[in-house]
Design a protein around this ligand. Structure first.
Ligand SMILES: Nc1ncnc2c1ncn2[C@@H]1O[C@H](COP(=O)(O)OP(=O)(O)O)[C@@H](O)[C@H]1O
Ligand SMILES: [Mg+2]
Length: 332
C-alpha cells in the first residue's frame, strides 16, 4: 500500500460568476498524489483541469473563487494559510509549470538568474553555487550549451526552450510535487519525449510527485501510474493506468479512448468525440454526460451519479457501473 499522499485534495469547489448564474469549474474534486507517482488528469478542453491546478496554488483568476475544499501538501493545509506563508510552500513544496510560457518568464532578467532567484528564495545557497546548479538544471531539461544559454534572455529562447526553462525553474526549488499543465503540448515530439522522460526520472529517482494535465492519451499511457478523468468539473473515473486502458469504466472514458484524432491534425491532437463539450453554465440535469452518452438510460437524465467504487483505488461516476462482488475480483 502506498504511504501517505504528498498531495491530498478534498472536495475542491471553484466557481466563476457568469451573468446571474455561477459556473462550477471544479465541482467537488478530490485527488491525491503519492511520492514518486505520476498522476494524469485528462479530459476535453473546458472541463476544469487548469482551474483545478490553479486552485491548488490559490491562483484562480478573478472573478473566480475557491468556494470550499482542502489542499494538503505533506500534511499542511494550503488554502487556509496567509499569503506570506503560502508563498513559502509555492515553489519549494509544490511547483507549477503553466500551460503557456506567456508571462511566466521575466523578459529583462537572464534565464539563469531567474532560476538562481527561485533557488535562493527557497534554499540557503550562495549565488555562485546556485548559478552552477542553474546551468546543470538547464542541461538536465535538454538545453544544449547551457553555460551560454543561462546568460541569455527569454526572447532568445524558442517556445520549446522557454517551456523547458520553466520546468528548470520549477525544479530549482526542489519541490515535492510538480503540477504541470500540458507542459509538452507546444513542443515537437522529440523534445516532448525528452521532457516526459525527465519527469519519469525525477519521479523514480527523487520521489517527485507529479500531477500531469494532458489531453494526450499517448502521454498518459507512456508515463502515468494513475489517471483521473475529468468531465464538466468533476472527476468521473479514477484508475491505474493499465486498468483504464484495458477496461475503461465510464462511457466518457470509453469515448475518449475510442476518439480518433480528426484528419489533418497531428498525432496527440485533441480527441474528437461526438457531441459538444457542455456549457458549464447550462449543465443538463442528471449525469452531465448523458446527452452524449451512447448507453444512457432514463435514470441518467434525472439522477446525478455518485462515485461507485469498483475496486480499491478504482471508481466511476456512472449509474451503470456495478461494484465488484465482495470476495470476487476485488483485491482487498
Ligand atoms: N478566467 C475565467 N473566467 C471565467 N470562466 C472561466 C475562466 N477560466 C475558466 N473558466 C471556466 O472554467 C471552465 C474550465 O476551464 P479550464 O480549467 O481552463 O479548462 P481545461 O483546462 O480543462 O481546458 C471553463 O469552461 C470556463 O467555463
Ligand atoms: Mg487547460
Amino acid at each position: 500500500m502506498p504511504e501517505a499522499a504528498v498531495l491530498q485534495v478534498e472536495d475542491l469547489v471553484v466557481e466563476f460568476p457568469r451573468g446571474r448564474e455561477r459556473v462550477l469549474a471544479a465541482d467537488g474534486v478530490s485527488l491525491d498524489v503519492q511520492r514518486g507517482e505520476i498522476v494524469g488528469l485528462i479530459g476535453e478542453s473546458g472541463c476544469g483541469k487548469s482551474v483545478t491546478a490553479l486552485a491548488l496554488f490559490r491562483l484562480v483568476p478573478e472573478p473566480g473563487r475557491i468556494v470550499r475544499g482542502t489542499v494538503r501538501l505533506a500534511g499542511v493545509e494550503l488554502l487556509g494559510l496567509s499569503e506570506r506563508e503560502l508563498r513559502r510552500h509555492r515553489g519549494a513544496g509544490i511547483a507549477y509549470v503553466p500551460q503557456e510560457p506567456g508571462e511566466a518568464l521575466n523578459p529583462v532578467v537572464r534565464i539563469g538568474s531567474q532560476i538562481v532567484d527561485v533557488m535562493r528564495a527557497h534554499r540557503d545557497v550562495d549565488r555562485r553555487a546556485a548559478w552552477r546548479e542553474a546551468v546543470a538544471l538547464l542541461r538536465r531539461v535538454g538545453i544544449a550549451d547551457p553555460e551560454r544559454r543561462a546568460r541569455q534572455y527569454a526572447h532568445q529562447f524558442s517556445g520549446g526552450m522557454k517551456q523547458r526553462a520553466l520546468i528548470a525553474m520549477a525544479l530549482a526549488a526542489r519541490p515535492k510535487v510538480l503540477v504541470a499543465d500540458e507542459p509538452t503540448t507546444a513542443l515537437d515530439p522529440t523534445i516532448q519525449a525528452g521532457i516526459l522522460e525527465l519527469l519519469a526520472t525525477l519521479a523514480r529517482e527523487e520521489s517527485l510527485g507529479v500531477l500531469l494535465i494532458t489531453h494526450d492519451l499517448g502521454v498518459v499511457a507512456s508515463i502515468c501510474d494513475r489517471v483521473l478523468v475529468m468531465y464538466a468539473g468533476r472527476i468521473v473515473e479514477r484508475a491505474a493506468v493499465d486498468e483504464l486502458f484495458a477496461d475503461p469504466g465510464h462511457p466518457y472514458t470509453r469515448a475518449l479512448l475510442a476518439a480518433v484524432p480528426r484528419p489533418g491534425l497531428r498525432r496527440g491532437a485533441l480527441p474528437a468525440i461526438p457531441g459538444a463539450v457542455p456549457d458549464l453554465a447550462a449543465l443538463p440535469p442528471g449525469c452531465a454526460f448523458h446527452p452524449r452518452c451512447p448507453v444512457a438510460i432514463d435514470a441518467c437524465r434525472q439522477v446525478e451519479p455518485a462515485p461507485v467504487e469498483l475496486a480499491p483505488g478504482r471508481s466511476v461516476r456512472c449509474l451503470l457501473a456495478t461494484p465488484s462482488a465482495p470476495g470476487g475480483d476485488a483485491r482487498r
